[in-house]
Design a protein around this ligand. Structure first.
Ligand SMILES: CC(C)=CCC/C(C)=C(\C)COP(=O)(O)OP(=O)(O)O
Ligand SMILES: [Mg+2]
Length: 441
């Protein structure tokens, strides 16, 4: 399908003109030529030189600055994945900005987002530019057509919830460097499919902890195929069309495989296995009414986590972070910290929704209150601090990886993850259809 608008990167800024953005891999039409052999940790001109030069001079490497701020100077505006502004001064509970004013008034004061919804006072985050409205509209149109016509995802009465999820705005905010709308659609279909599995198997659209392991395992085969005998293969193939979550997983994965390299697709399968393990721990604790210790909860939430989404940033950006660079322990740490911070953003913005849902829904404030004997408000504010700590650690560790391995794909991937983190915050803040803040300030 033709893309209704060009890439946000000016065409004059080709891959070769950008020292920190490699030529895109040609997994999807519109992505350009294959970049050639992977640049390993020691490959590529200048990587070692940049490190030595910066370190010797005792100043941050230019690579680190690019990760955190993006390039600057005449004609570089188009290189910013999303303009990262100075973090806002946190609104401290008890100050006039945080106190008293009704929600709508405070939204005006922040000067960010432009949509309804306030940031959580004191939450460390980076405001993002408004997602491109033309792309948002097109992604929203295409995802609805996919949901209805290709995978029969939901009955008519769930349409408002589907629209209220605003997945087009979410994905456009998280992937401003996608070369085409079709690249964005890879992430958007997967996001919808992941939420369908969570809602229909685990949570409030017919989900239950009872029997979840079996359902998840069979759905996982839509991502990671069953290899079996001729006799049993057809029954498995039919099962992938048996319910909406499996139809959605199967189709979204098929598109991913077409648009990604083999190791990118395999990275995704691994991340999804992690996610399913997290769902199972959450379900097991719900079945036995166990409230985990805070660290145990954080361990579960490291798996029941947004991680499969930011790790698509290179596929959606039309390039590839080579598997050996993705597998570096320091890169894995950065990814885990980013996933954990983004997921705690969900715990904080969805807190009131989850309090109102039947039974006890675990999230970080609830677990801290229970396990550490704090009031709901004290526990919530402590959870904000835990989030902020993780965000600071994510940024520091990302800068360290950039300094140690300033190869183009690493720098762009790190920046893509950081932009995803910011877009995720933006979506949670502005999605007042789903989320509202507690009255703690
Ligand atoms: C998109 C994706 C990989 C989701 C996996 C895990 C997940 C559903 C979340 C991290 C969101 O958390 P939660 O289930 O609490 O969602 P809501 O609060 O209901 O929006
Ligand atoms: Mg939640």
């Amino acid at each position: 399908m033709p893309d209704p608008r060009p890439s946000p990167l000016p065409s004059s800024l080709s891959a070769t003109a950008l020292p920190f953005i490699p030529a895109p891999a040609a997994h999807l039409p519109g992505a350009g030529a294959v970049a050639g052999p992977h640049a390993g940790p020691h490959a590529g001109p200048g990587d070692g030189h940049a490190r030595e030069g910066a370190a010797a001079a005792g100043r941050p490497s230019p690579a680190v600055e690019l990760i955190l701020r993006g390039p600057s100077g005449l004609g570089t505006a188009g290189l910013h994945l999303a303009r990262r502004e100075e973090p806002p001064a946190p609104e401290v509970p008890g100050t006039p900005a945080a106190d008293g004013a009704p929600a709508a008034d405070k939204a005006g004061e922040t000067g960010e987002a432009g949509e309804a919804g306030n940031p959580i006072p004191g939450l460390y985050h980076h405001p993002v530019a408004e997602p491109d409205p033309v792309r948002t509209e097109e992604v929203s149109r295409r995802i609805k057509a996919w949901a209805l016509d290709e995978v029969e995802l939901y009955p008519e009465e769930w349409e408002d919830q589907f629209d209220g999820f605003s997945v087009g705005r979410y994905m456009v905010a998280c992937h401003p460097d996608a070369p085409t709308v079709e690249h964005l659609m890879i992430a958007t279909r997967l996001m919808v499919a992941e939420n369908a599995v969570d809602d229909c198997y685990c949570e409030d659209h017919g989900g239950s902890p009872v029997g979840l392991g079996g359902r998840l395992l069979l759905a996982h085969t839509a991502l990671d195929a069953l290899h079996t005998t001729q006799e049993y293969e057809p029954a498995w193939a039919r099962s992938l069309h048996a319910d909406a979550p499996r139809r959605a997983y199967r189709s979204a994965m098929e598109y991913l495989v077409q648009g990604a390299g083999p190791s990118q697709a395999d990275r995704f399968r691994h991340d999804m296995a992690r996610l399913h393990m997290g769902y199972l721990a959450e379900a097991a604790w719900a079945q036995t009414d166990y409230v985990p210790e805070v660290w145990e909860y954080l361990a579960m939430r490291q798996f029941n986590n947004f991680r499969p989404c930011p790790t698509l940033t290179d596929t959606v950006g039309g390039y590839e972070l080579p598997a050996d660079l993705h597998a570096r322990p320091d890169m894995q740490r950065v990814i885990a910290l980013a996933g954990n911070a983004t997921t705690l953003v969900n715990d904080l913005y969805s807190y009131t929704k989850e309090l109102a849902s039947p039974g006890r829904h675990l999230n970080l404030p609830v677990v801290i209150a229970e396990r550490e004997g704090l009031s709901e408000r004290e526990a919530y504010l402590k959870a904000v601090e835990v989030h902020n700590d993780l965000m600071h650690r994510f940024e520091a560790e990302a800068a360290a990886v950039a300094a140690d391995c300033p190869v183009p794909s690493v720098l762009r991937f790190l920046r893509g993850v950081a932009v995803w983190v910011d877009g995720n915050h933006y979506w949670h803040q502005t999605n007042t259809y789903r989320y509202s803040l507690p009255d703690f300030w």
